[in-house]
Design a protein around this ligand. Structure first.
Ligand code: FES
Ligand code: FE2
Length: 421
């Protein structure tokens, strides 16, 4: 008699007394394990509620994200809110000048406290039963709560906050990843562009009917730039053969150095198992003669930071998982991808200019915002079309092109993050 079981008869696990059987495998983990490398994701990883919940836990619950520019809360009492997949965080400047972040959740019965995107107030008052919080999160007053009410126990829950080169980052994690490498990299590169003293010239939020990862993947590759972004492709040389890009970049970096400006690059796209926040700062050249992102490649605002001239280059930062920013010598653009639910997201764009620049005198908003507005409108459309295709019964993961290395790297990083408990 053979001790081999017939193939169609699953083995019955032998249970030892007092030992619990292993839990059944999580279908999401099985999907992650089966995902082919170098390909777009399985539909379930975009569309399923379980995948969205995993994203909120292991990506947005673990990583730092860009919240905005400090100038939105410059004075004591100024605040703004940031949303992420159902969570909301208040960023507020205290009377002591410190910037703090709190969960936008009242400690009475949980109402949202700040209902608007931004504001200025002496205190933060919950609209439901009017508990009043000081700007440092402590309770100021809680009506009719009686003698024994211990105010000290019910301050707003703090959220980790860091700043670098005027940018504000928050982390929902209980034990946030070490931000020091990212801070040094962002301070050095974007500090050279004077972002610490910049101001927000314009902010736009585009609702995108697509999973946030489709929007991020689209941002990360320029394979689509030729067909989809004729405006962008006239100014930015990202779609050229790699050796040509390398030569143009070397010339551009020489021009930056000749001006006495130091913009260090770094590639630290690490996983969270290192305990560190990932950051990638790199530079690339614009086409010959192109100075900035204006309609004709011309300047759009006064020079910023250490720049005394245009170097024909751009500095870009990919700050995992979903925050991106780019600097031209005369303006900056922040790009945030915000998950809303499994099949919708938002793209927030922020244009930065020198802090003392005045609209009408120093810059024209139309010219300043033109390039990334038309680019983002096109990105919204192509990403939504992408989602429609992913929803189809005929969709299956397709291979990335070799000219999409940032998207390939990001997807591999993402899969490792959501696989790791
Ligand atoms: S929920 Fe905020 S005061 Fe009641
Ligand atoms: Fe695009």
């Amino acid at each position: 008699m053979s001790d081999l079981l017939p193939l169609d008869e699953p083995a019955t696990p032998v249970l030892l007394e007092g030992v619990a059987p292993p839990p059944p495998p999580d279908p999401l983990d099985a999907l992650i394990a089966a995902q082919p490398a170098g390909h777009s994701l399985f539909r379930g990883l975009y569309n399923d509620e379980a995948a969205f919940a995993r994203d909120m836990e292991r990506i947005f619950g673990r990583h730092w994200v860009l919240a905005g520019h400090e100038s939105r809360a410059k004075e004591p009492g100024q605040w703004f809110t940031v949303e992420m997949g159902g969570e909301s965080v208040i960023i507020v400047r205290g009377r002591d000048g410190a910037l703090r972040a709190f969960a936008n959740v009242c400690r009475h019965r949980g109402s949202r406290i700040c209902l608007n995107e931004q504001g200025k107030s002496a205190t933060l008052t919950c609209p439901y039963h009017a508990w009043v919080y000081n700007l440092d999160g402590s309770i100021r007053s809680a009506r009719h709560m009686g003698e024994g009410f211990e105010k000290a126990r019910y301050g707003l829950k703090p959220v980790a906050l860091e700043t670098a080169a005027g940018l504000v980052f928050v982390s929902l994690a209980d034990k946030p990843l070490d931000f020091s490498v990212a801070k040094a990299a962002i301070d050095a590169a974007f500090g050279a562009y004077g972002w610490g003293d910049a101001k927000v010239a314009r902010r736009e939020v585009y609702r995108v009917e697509a999973n946030w990862k489709l929007a991020v993947e689209n941002y990360l590759e320029c394979y689509h730039c030729g067909p989809s972004h004729p405006e962008y492709s006239k100014l930015h040389a990202l779609e050229q053969p790699l050796h040509q890009i390398a030569a143009m970049n070397a010339e551009m970096i020489g021009r930056t150095a000749a001006m006495g400006v130091n913009v260090p690059e770094i590639d630290a796209r690490v996983g969270s198992e290192t305990g560190q926040a990932p950051v990638f700062v790199f530079r690339y050249a614009l086409y010959d003669g192109v100075k900035s992102g204006g309609p004709d490649g011309e300047p759009v605002a006064p020079l910023m930071g250490d720049f005394s001239d245009y170097d024909g280059g751009v500095t870009s930062c990919h700050f995992a998982p979903s925050s991106f920013f780019i600097a031209y010598p005369d303006h900056g653009v922040l790009y945030r991808f915000i998950p809303v639910d499994a099949k919708s997201s938002a793209m927030e764009l922020v244009w930065l200019v020198r802090g003392d620049a005045e609209e009408g005198r120093d810059y024209n908003l139309e010219r300043l915002t033109w390039l990334w507005r038309v680019t983002t409108e096109a990105d919204k459309r192509i990403t939504e079309d992408n989602q429609k295709g992913v929803n189809s019964r005929f969709y299956e993961p397709g291979p990335y092109a070799p000219v999409e290395p940032n998207a390939i790297n990001w997807v591999a990083w993402y899969l490792a993050e959501i696989a790791r408990a």
